[in-house]
Design a protein around this ligand. Structure first.
Ligand code: CU
Length: 471
């Protein structure tokens, strides 16, 4: 749950003294008290207490920032600061974020709202915030050096604009971006339509999360900021499976999931058991004629996608990035392929020198999930997550859409594992294998060879006219 900490004595101990010195008491009193979050749990949707009504979103392992109304203006207070983010149970990362967590809180407003955002910098270096995708006055775009001076440590800047178009947006720094995004500074923004919109359907559940990535050495806690491609933690909202909450819906709910990509590579997002439509991008809702059903949609760097589907198949449906390295956690990348290598002789020799030497990967990497290999403190296992049938052998960008009937109206708590109707689970064959029907020995009738007369096929290639005059 959120807590309201004293602004001056709060989380940003590193720069707290500077903040006190540079923001006067009177100025401080005029700011909305910053609300902070100290847990990585998925907060229930925040029904709007003031302003116009809308159907609020659910931020996966995150929360929505409360606001105050001030003469018709929605005022928010973001505090950029170092945070400790639990990325999975047993693994905490030292990141930078907003208001106690990384990513920062989701900001939800309604089309036409006038929004004022106070941004206080409690980082050890300057920052700014860019409101990715918004229509706004150029001077509110948040580009350090280009549209505004940097927000120095301890200083507070004010951004103010009207949320002009409904849609799915992000926010992130545009100052020392390589460092600040690698450290986890980003957040989600949703502008709800002010009235029934021809291209925006009502949904029962509306989930949001950001795709982000970190390079944190096993056993350490701070990301390496110089990494460009070889990240080892692929996360949703700075959480990795099995630390990512499930997306709980009721049978026949209409479900929207919005995601934005602030990593350094693309992510083909894949949903099991249902087909979805891409109903929106960073540019707003897509025209209906442009929508077609898919089960995977690629999200390029800097892009946002919103997908919608009718959850009409009960079960625990996997939902993940389809790059197999992105559903693994740290330490999987520098291991040589050992499949099929017979280690026996080598192991005997090595064991004389290193008594507790262990062979890895001789039969594939699945053994890794079973052998309880000792790993350094503060490290997530490479892949894991216990399911009802054993290890799920996944990490990183993976979660489960849990579709259930019979859950009470409004109850979106985790229903536990799916109870499969009898006879609907893949099973182990008991008894001898029947002859494969295609085998010749099983009788030629199963699939007789097709005897076609040999033909000489002449391929005719029309050559371009000689010379270059035709170009
Ligand atoms: Cu991916």
């Amino acid at each position: 749950m959120t807590n309201r900490r004293n602004f001056l004595g709060g989380a940003g101990a590193i720069t707290g003294a500077i903040a006190a010195a540079s923001v006067g008491k009177v100025a401080m009193a005029a700011l909305p008290e910053p609300v902070l979050q100290d847990k990585p749990d998925t907060m229930p949707p925040l029904a709007p207490p003031t302003g116009r009504p809308y159907n609020p979103v659910v931020t996966l392992n995150g929360w929505t920032l409360p606001w105050r109304m001030n003469n018709g203006v929605k005022e928010f207070h973001l505090v950029a600061e170092p945070v400790v983010r639990e990325m999975a149970p047993g693994f905490k990362a030292h990141l930078w974020g907003y208001n106690g967590q990384s990513p920062g809180p989701t900001i939800e407003v309604v089309e036409g709202d006038r929004v004022r955002i106070f941004v206080t910098n409690k980082l050890p270096e300057h920052t700014s915030i860019h409101w990715h995708g918004q229509r706004l006055p150029n001077g509110m775009d948040g580009i350090t050096g280009l549209t505004q001076p940097a927000i120095r440590p301890g200083k507070t800047f004010v951004y103010e604009f009207v949320a002009r178009r409904p849609g799915t947006f992000m926010y992130h720094p545009h100052a020392d971006e390589m460092t600040q995004m690698a450290m986890g500074m980003m957040g989600f923004w949703v502008t709800h339509p002010k009235a029934k919109h021809p291209l925006i359907d009502d949904v029962d559940r509306d989930f949001v999360f950001l795709l982000n990535a970190y390079d944190i050495e096993p056993g350490s806690a701070t990301p390496k900021i110089m990494t460009m491609l070889d990240f080892n933690l692929w996360s949703w909202n700075s959480r990795i499976f099995p630390g990512i909450d499930s997306l709980n819906v009721r049978l026949n709910d209409k479900v929207r999931i919005r995601f934005g990509n602030l990593t350094m590579t693309n992510h083909p997002m894949h949903l099991h058991g249902h087909e979805f439509l891409v109903t929106g991008t960073d540019g707003g809702p897509t025209p209906r004629a442009s929508r077609w059903y898919e089960v995977t949609t690629d999200v390029a760097v800097g892009q946002m996608r919103q997908i919608e589907f009718l959850a009409n198949e009960e079960g625990d449906w996997a939902f993940h990035c389809h790059k197999s390295h992105h559903t693994m956690n740290a330490m999987g990348h520098d291991v040589p392929t050992m499949i099929g290598v017979d280690h026996k002789d080598m192991v005997r020799k090595i064991t004389k020198l290193v008594p507790d030497y262990m062979v890895m990967g001789e039969r594939g990497m699945a053994d890794m999930t079973e052998m309880e290999m000792p790993i350094p403190d503060n490290t997530a296992p490479m892949m894991g997550g216990e399911g009802p049938f054993g290890s799920v052998e996944m990490g990183g960008m993976f979660s489960v859409v849990k579709v259930r009937k019979g859950q009470k109206a409004g109850d979106y708590s985790n229903p536990g594992w799916f109870k499969h109707p009898q006879g609907t689970v893949a099973y182990e064959l008991d008894g001898p294998l029947p002859d494969p029907p295609r085998s010749r020995s099983a009788g030629a009738a199963a699939m007789p060879a097709r005897n076609l007369p040999a033909r000489n096929i002449e391929v005719q290639i029309r050559k371009p006219p000689s010379g270059h005059s035709g170009h």
